[in-house]
Design a protein around this ligand. Structure first.
Ligand code: ZN
Length: 325
């Protein structure tokens, strides 16, 4: 069996985010975790940013539900600086010495591969945990979905590179700015003329074509006064509005269910870290259905009721249905 470890580059700042969280996790006995954004245009991939846990994550000693709204907002903000970064997996902390993925971690990875990022063949998971001697361990794992074997886990060799390393400059055309600046890139300038890249408008047109053919809905695309593209989608008596960010499809669309004229408009929360591999049709379908059922939950209530992804660690057993490592 080939036991050569795969290498993944990791920026120093991403490493520092995780190790900083490890220290506070151990201190407060709470798990932390978030999304990993990487540049995968060349091999080995370069993990650039570890998105912080977020203020509304549900944290415990041995469980964590990430704050999906915070994660999606942070990913969209970071992609304004680096549109070529992709969601590749998650990082999390075991506050007790557990230097391996739990069975629940593997279950979560399986869900990521089958539900959240079905077009990906693997996800990369980084795990921070204290060592035996008060030292800090940062471990990497790749979990793949093998057609005949199910989930397959292999350890990753992490090669930490400075934020201004040649590898970083080569791929990002600049060094990694401080995390604060990535998360708050400031308002986009409104003075410049708005240019929608042809690949963005082509993708939007393709996605709306799929909405028309699969959902049997009517669509109308228009440019808002701020230079943002938005679509109005109608099926029967139900309406959905979609606002496309400039970095779409890398950035998540804002999907609102409800009558555009009379309201109320209800945001449809995304259940996952959005990536260009996701399908607009799925979210629009949810929005059209939202008008079918129960009376609408109020706008504000629904906005803050973001669904969360589980990153739970209850059992410290390794479950790799693929075989021995
Ligand atoms: Zn875990």
């Amino acid at each position: 069996m080939n036991v050569e470890q795969r290498t993944v580059y990791l920026t120093e700042s991403a490493q520092n985010t995780i190790l900083g969280s490890l220290r506070t996790s151990v201190q407060h006995r709470l798990e932390q975790g978030g999304s990993l954004l990487a540049c995968e245009s060349q091999s080995p991939p370069l993990i650039v940013v570890a998105v912080p846990t977020g203020p509304n994550a549900d944290q415990g000693y041995a469980h964590l539900e990430t704050d999906a709204h915070y994660q999606n907002t942070a990913i969209a903000a970071i992609r304004r600086t680096f549109p070529n970064l992709t969601y590749v997996g998650d990082w999390h902390i075991h506050p007790m010495h557990l230097p391996f993925l739990s069975s629940t971690d593997m279950e979560t990875a399986g869900k990521l591969l089958t539900e959240t990022t079905p077009a990906r063949s693997h996800v990369d998971l980084l795990l921070g945990t204290p060592g035996h001697n008060g030292d800090e361990l940062l471990l990497g794992f790749r979990v793949s979905l093998m057609p005949r074997y199910g989930l397959w886990m292999e350890p990753l060799q992490l090669a930490v590179v400075p934020d201004d390393d040649a590898v970083v400059i080569n791929r990002l055309k600049q060094s990694v700015p401080p995390l604060e600046r990535l998360l708050n890139p400031g308002p986009t300038t409104t003075a410049a003329p708005v240019v929608i890249p042809p690949e963005t408008s082509a993708r939007i047109e393709r996605d709306l074509q799929e909405v028309r053919s699969r959902l049997h809905a009517e669509t109308k695309l228009q440019m808002l006064s701020c230079g943002t593209l938005a679509a109005h989608i109608v099926r029967g008596g139900h309406e959905v509005s979609v606002v496309f960010p400039p970095e779409y499809p890398m950035g998540a669309p804002l999907v609102l269910s409800g009558q555009l004229q009379s309201g109320p408009l209800t945001p449809i929360p995304l259940r996952y870290g959005w990536s260009s591999l996701h399908r607009l049709t799925d979210v629009v379908e949810e929005g059209l259905r939202a008008g079918d059922g129960d009376p609408p939950i109020t706008w504000v209530h629904r906005l803050f009721r973001t669904r969360k992804r589980r990153l739970t660690c209850s059992s410290p057993t390794i479950q790799s249905s693929g075989g021995s490592l």
